[in-house]
Design a protein around this ligand. Structure first.
Ligand code: BGC
Length: 750
């Protein structure tokens, strides 16, 4: 357990115990844990069974993020001590109001306030998939830190983030909330986000609890359909989906959310193998597990429980600690214990886990410590937050095409034809799961008009129907302009929860508009605004340049202008493959070798009518400068954990400073099970001045070479491997390596 440092300024009568009088700063983490254990044990002795069950109950307030729930007289329940947590209460005034109610309860156990702070709070950041495109872990951590700062200053203790579900299917709208298709990269992002939210010390009033979600495999619904079943083997889960969850736990995430879907035919929310065996026993997770919204009640819809009583029984046995929104625990758990059907020990364990997090936040010291109007005023929407959002937004964009170096725009550009209502819509730019203050969001339209160029704006198409509007005027403007900048994409609300789409192509009308604009001969830049990979073949072929901007949040306009004019040289890479055709979905770079390997010749894994190749591969992204790579070489390891090292020299051969994401892929040439054709096993984002070169060295350890078996053993088999180093998952140079017998054949549990 990570100890937390608390200075107890004053103690409420309940907490008064002599041991607490020692200055906690002087305590070691172990002492602190012991002190916490004593405090919680003494508190739990005073709790009735109903009060214990109350701690396991989370109720929504104000608005819901799922089906409407009836919470009865929830104010009374809070005042009686029968509610442990609330979701969707925000703002110092509101949280204080509910906390005051909780302080009327017999034992005055503070409420925990949770909310989906997914990409920034009042200052909106790029959607998580966009942010992941930065491949910049420092920037990603910075974004989470800012979100934590602002939401904590607004009275919130806990975010239901990061979502770490690996997604291969762009039809699934929630790919927008994750880090894309790769488990190795997803694990790195999970760690960065947990660090960002929680910082080093949960007792710091500007940090919040994070929540690894959705455990498990929520990113793999069949056919990309939201809330659909998941069907996968344990080996598939372990090798392609598990890593980010595990990494988040290892980084110290305080909570985990169970998924809506079933896993190995048992709903995740009551899945003992997932929650108790893997998460708590094997991985040693000491935080608490919260259900997804009403997902315990929905076990009935899964037809795995006859009623809410059976759902409660299954939930507590499986290791579900807190129930979000549904009434199973509140309605039945106390009776189940009294009737001897559930051991009180299970309830106690869940209660302890929840109280521990409240303790770590310092809420027993002062239940109102997150409620400071002054702090809220100073921190929320501050200049610092906007500077952070700009920094992260610039790094999140991916340059997909730049024929004839149209970009960056030169000083000779005096008139810009800006086309597309999306460039003017703060609401779309803030996108789904937004907490952002849209009135403070800077649209592209606003930012461009401040750029000192003449901006000829036209809507181009109807935002709701996609119908082309005012074409004649648009074309007239484009002919007059030095460059046309056309914002196309899906609406901001088209990706996210409940936003699965069978058709992920950009509207035909929008693409026709790009073609018409390009036909004028005016250099045409397409800005692709989206929350998922989309198909836009006609537009990308017609345009001279394509910049994927995702949805960037509050600083979108400034960030896009900075990239258009070259104040920032784009450095993002795609964290998900962009398909060429719907029929390819799910498409991902780390598919497995087959008996008839993928190729476009006959008798191979292929389609008759469409190619295997994507529009843009995983890891792809251009820069305004060029990078060259030396051939990779294998250097000896250290005789210990490092089996070998792979070295490459990367040079900036262009005339601008730029950043490159150097990527290492590994293929196991012969294994006892089928393995992917390549897997990302290392990456480094480096900054190079023009003419500068840098040596990049990747350590090859067991983590780069092994795989999980169906029984979750991690195995490293000796033999031949290929290391591929390059600029994306399709452009690299390879080098061979053999892992000798004496260092190989290691086997370890998890
Ligand atoms: C989502 C979760 C979210 C929860 C609470 C659910 O519908 O799946 O990710 O945290 O609602 O808003």
């Amino acid at each position: 357990m990570v100890g937390c440092r608390l200075v107890f300024a004053w103690l409420r009568p309940l907490a008064a115990a002599s041991a607490f009088m020692i200055s906690a700063w002087a305590l070691s983490a172990q002492d602190e844990d012991r002190q916490m254990d004593r405090f919680i044990s003494s508190l739990m002795k005073k709790m009735t069974l109903e009060e214990k069950v109350g701690q396991l109950v989370q109720i929504p307030a104000n608005f819901t993020t799922g089906p409407e729930v009836k919470t009865g007289d929830y104010r009374k329940a809070i005042a009686n001590g029968y509610v442990g947590s609330m979701l969707n209460v925000e703002g110092v005034a509101e949280t204080r109001k509910y906390q005051e109610l909780a302080m009327q309860s017999r034992l005055q156990i503070p409420l925990l306030f949770g909310k989906d702070v997914i990409h920034g709070y009042r200052t909106g950041f790029p959607v998580p998939l966009g942010e992941a495109a930065s491949f910049d872990l420092e920037a990603i951590e910075r974004a989470a830190r800012c979100a934590a700062r602002e939401s904590a200053a607004s009275g919130i203790h806990w975010t239901f983030a990061p979502m770490v579900d690996v997604g291969w299917d762009a039809r699934w709208g929630r790919v927008m909330e994750g880090a894309g298709e790769d488990p190795y990269y997803g694990a790195a992002v999970a760690r960065a986000r947990v660090r960002g939210f929680q910082g080093d010390d949960l007792a710091d009033t500007l940090t919040i609890l994070s929540c690894i979600k959705h455990f498990a495999a929520y990113g793999a619904p069949i056919a990309g359909k939201e809330y659909n079943s998941v069907d996968m083997s344990m080996g598939q889960f372990a090798n392609f989906y598990m890593l980010p969850y595990k990494a988040g736990i290892e980084a110290g995430a305080a909570t985990v959310m169970s998924a809506f879907n079933d896993f190995c035919s048992v709903p995740s929310t009551v899945n003992r193998q997932l929650l108790r065996d893997i998460l708590k026993d094997d991985w040693g997770f000491e935080g608490f597990v919260v259900s997804d919204y009403y997902s315990l009640g929905e076990v009935i819809n899964h037809r795995c429980a006859a009623d809410t009583r059976e759902a409660a029984l299954k939930g507590i046995e499986a290791g579900l600690d807190m129930e979000m929104s549904s009434p199973c625990y509140s309605g039945h758990l106390a009776d189940l214990v009294r009737e001897g059907l559930v051991s009180e020990k299970l309830v106690d364990d869940a209660v302890r886990r929840i109280l521990e997090q409240k303790y770590r936040l310092g809420l027993f010291e002062d239940p109102f410590r997150y409620c400071s109007e002054a702090r809220e005023k100073a921190i929320v929407s501050s200049a610092q937050s906007h500077a952070d959002a700009l920094y992260v937004s610039e790094r999140s964009m991916v340059l997909l095409k730049n024929a004839g170096d149209i970009l960056p725009l030169s000083d000779d550009v005096k008139t810009v034809a800006l086309v597309g209502g999306l460039s003017k819509s703060a609401h779309d730019m803030c996108a789904k799961w937004s907490c952002a203050d849209e009135s403070r969001a800077v649209t592209l339209y606003d930012a461009m008009r401040k750029r000192g160029v003449e901006v000829l704006y036209s809507d181009g198409y109807n935002l709701d129907t996609d119908e082309i509007t005012g074409l004649e005027k648009t074309i007239e403007d484009v002919r007059r302009a030095d460059v046309a900048v056309v914002a196309i994409g899906e609406r901001g609300e088209y990706s996210g929860e409940m936003r699965s789409r069978g058709d992920i192509a950009i509207a035909a009308e929008q693409q026709e508009l790009v073609e018409a604009i390009a036909r004028t001969g005016t250099p045409t830049v397409v800005l692709l605004m989206c929350g998922r990979p989309v198909i836009f073949n006609e537009a990308r072929e017609a345009a001279g340049a394509v910049l994927c901007t995702w949805w960037l949040g509050s600083e979108a306009g400034n960030a896009i202008c900075n990239v258009l004019w070259g104040d920032y040289n784009p450095s993002g890479k795609l964290p998900m493959t962009f398909p060429l055709h719907h029929g390819q979905i799910p498409i991902y770079y780390q598919y497995k070798s087959t008996g008839r390997p993928a190729s476009n010749g006959w008798w191979h894994a292929r389609y008759m009518d469409i190619p295997n190749e994507p529009a843009y591969p995983f890891g792809y992204g251009l820069s305004y400068t060029q990078f060259s790579y030396s051939s990779p070489e294998v250097l000896p390891g250290d005789g210990g954990d490092v089996h070998a090292r792979v070295r490459v020299e990367v040079s900036n051969t262009g005339d601008r400073a730029g950043e490159e994401v150097v990527q290492l892929y590994v293929r196991d040439e012969v294994a006892s099970v089928t393995r992917p054709v390549k897997e990302l096993k290392g990456f480094r984002k480096i900054a190079l001045a023009p003419g500068e070169s840098l040596e990049v060295v990747f350590d090859i350890t067991d983590a780069q070479l092994g795989f999980y078996t169906e029984s979750l053993d991690y195995v490293v088999e000796p033999g031949d491997f290929t290391f591929m180093v390059g600029t994306d998952s399709e452009h690299f140079e390879s080098v061979a390596f053999t892992l000798e017998e004496r260092t190989g054949k290691k086997k370890s549990k998890n």
